[in-house]
Design a protein around this ligand. Sequence first.
Ligand SMILES: [Fe+2]
Ligand SMILES: [Fe+2]
Length: 178
Amino acid sequence: MPPILVSLREDHRNLKRLLAILDAEIAVFERAETPDYDVVTEILDYTREHMDRFHHPAEDLVYARLQKRHPEASGTTHDLLEDHVRLEEQTQHFAEVMHAIADGTEMSRARVLEAAKAYLAAQSRHVEVEETWVFPDAERYLTEEDWAEIEQEAVSSPDPLFGDHQGAGFDKLRVLLG
Ligand SMILES: [Fe+2]
Ligand SMILES: [Fe+2]
């Protein structure tokens, strides 16, 4: 498997672990108890720092080539490319809700739940489509030359949470992830 695809799949595995943690925090909130807002904020920080800045742009390079090599998949890849923009906006919205709570702003429970669930559902669905349909197609239809170009064009950065060179600011998640 092309190394970039290995690393994109690893990102998905890591993200799914974070989404499971978020799901548990949402369940706490739904029981009218207080979730750990720091944990939720760290998940959003990770999404913005790693997924939005490095993971999605690398996928964009893959999908652009897949549209050429396998036009039958272009509907799905087009949707995924749009998703990358929408997911970023949705993450931003959820982060703003979290910041407002941290600042002591009154916020209805329904509004918080709506933002949290929208984020969770959209991220999960997006990864599912990529893993089930688009990554297998990319592996099948892209040429070695395509992958070499993608490797060259993709901007990579050490994963700040799951990588060897861990960045600051994910203290709570590190404990939870063991
Ligand atoms: Fe994606
Ligand atoms: Fe992805």
